[in-house]
Write a protein that binds this ligand. Structure first.
Ligand code: HEM
Length: 406
């Protein structure tokens, strides 16, 4: 049996409950959010360690280190939560590839969870000890955490990349004809791709600092000199970071498989142009320009990257006859309806409430009191949650009754 047939046979016989392209779009969109927080976390973690070791050079470094330690702390929880969505969508349309890749490196897939737990605990330890007057060796917790976060990124990369190479699976599963079920190896790593993905953390920290300086500008209790310092550092980091990433992208393009038309693909060129444009724009950018725009530009770069990853995946799987458009569809309107109403209703209202609350509270010095509109939004968020839970249980109970008693 050829591997293409195996791939299509391993698909879920239940099919998918709506058109596969819908899941593909959702996978790409939600991955942008995941990777944005990966970059924010890694960039801020790295910069906070750097600032920690430079705190002797002035109060600004000290303050920056404390702030970024907190940003990275929150960032990890968001990158994990936001990683779940693309994980689910990948498993819906690329289930044969994702599961095969995970099983082939099973020890690493499980180890990923434990190393992430240790890394997060270690970052929390750093968060507690990173106070004014902390000893130098307190940085060890942070270094350990960062190293493990990077390892987790490498595991994620290998699992994603191995999934693109079905032609090599048999060789990994039974090297020399002897079956190896240990799952002890990461079989394929494309270093330029990994370094490019991780390298984007550098400009991410930069554009974050620009937005941070803008966000805090209304706070009279925050030293304007410190914010100017953060803005200048952010601008430098983002400019250099995007330029470095352009080089890393070129290195990645150089190792794309020959003859597949990927090396000079228009989308890759567009991605490269967007990196160059960001570097040039940020280099000449006046400090007065609104600090949120570079952040939006950065998200645009990530959107291009997300689509580019998907184009690469399609190119790799096409020769095996794998095309998501041929995935069997068993249209299920109630579950599709429930999904989108959850996405818009719960996600929009509850997420919107939290975002609005955090945005406003953070710009207020001292105690923040919500105005009537925000308080109403809070009540609506609680109401929609109660409604959601009621619908969830009613739907489940109705199906259970129908299957067992009718
Ligand atoms: C510190 C922790 C993490 C880091 C540094 C990280 C980093 C990355 C990177 C660099 C990629 C892109 C790999 C590539 O395309 O070569 C990626 C993809 C991905 N990550 Fe994460 N990640 C982390 C945690 C998580 C978690 C906890 C989840 C799930 C709950 C997750 C879900 C995903 C998914 C679904 C993909 C895309 C897989 C695919 O398209 O096949 N990640 N991650």
């Amino acid at each position: 049996m050829d591997i293409g047939t195996v791939l299509n046979t391993m698909r879920d016989p239940a099919g998918v409950p709506a058109h596969p392209v819908l899941f593909q779009a959702l996978m790409v969109i939600t991955w942008v959010l995941h990777i944005a927080f990966v970059h924010l976390t890694l960039g801020c973690a790295g910069l906070s360690i750097y600032a920690f070791h430079r705190r002797g050079r002035g109060a600004h470094w000290q303050r920056l280190s404390l702030t970024l330690t907190q940003v990275a702390k929150v960032g990890v929880s968001l990158l994990i939560v936001l990683g779940v969505a693309p994980l689910l969508f990948t498993q819906v349309i690329y289930d044969p590839q994702w599961y095969a890749s995970n099983v082939l490196s099973g020890a690493w897939a499980i180890g990923f969870i434990f190393t992430l737990i240790v890394a997060y605990c270690s970052w929390f330890a750093f968060y507690y000890v990173n106070q004014p007057g902390a000893r130098r060796h307190a940085g060890v917790y942070a270094w350990l955490a960062l190293a493990l976060f990077l390892l987790d990124g490498l595991i994620m990369h290998a699992l994603s990349y191995q999934a693109l190479l079905p032609g090599q699976w048999m060789g990994w599963y039974a090297p020399g004809g002897v079956v190896d079920t240990s799952g002890h190896a990461l079989h394929a790593i494309q270093w330029p791709r990994y370094l490019f993905m991780i390298g984007l953390s550098l400009p991410a920290a930069g554009v974050f600092l620009l937005a941070y300086a803008q966000y805090c500008a209304v706070r009279t209790d925050i030293d304007a000199g410190y914010l100017a310092f953060a803005r200048a550092l952010g601008q430098r980091l983002a400019t250099v970071g995007y330029a470095v990433c352009l080089v890393l992208l070129a290195a990645w393009q150089a190792v794309q498989p020959a003859g597949a038309g990927l090396a000079l693909h228009p989308l890759a060129l567009l991605l490269g142009a967007s990196l160059l444009a960001m570097a040039l724009w940020l280099r000449g950018r006046a400090p007065a320009v609104h600090g949120y725009r570079p952040l939006l530009g950065g998200l645009g770069v990530l959107a291009l990257l997300a689509v580019w990853r998907e184009v690469i995946r399609i190119h790799h799987l096409r020769p095996f006859g794998y095309d998501i458009a041929t995935y069997p569809v068993h249209m299920d309107w109630p579950s599709t309806g429930l999904f989108f109403s959850t996405f818009i209703g719960v996600g929009g209202l509850v997420g919107g409430f939290y975002l609005a609350l955090l945005y406003r509270a953070g710009r207020t010095a001292g105690l923040y009191t919500a105005d009537r509109r925000l308080a109403r939004l809070g009540s609506a968020a609680v109401a929609v949650l109660v409604l959601w839970i009621a619908v969830f249980f009613a739907y489940g109970i109705a199906i259970w009754v129908r299957n067992n008693f009718v």
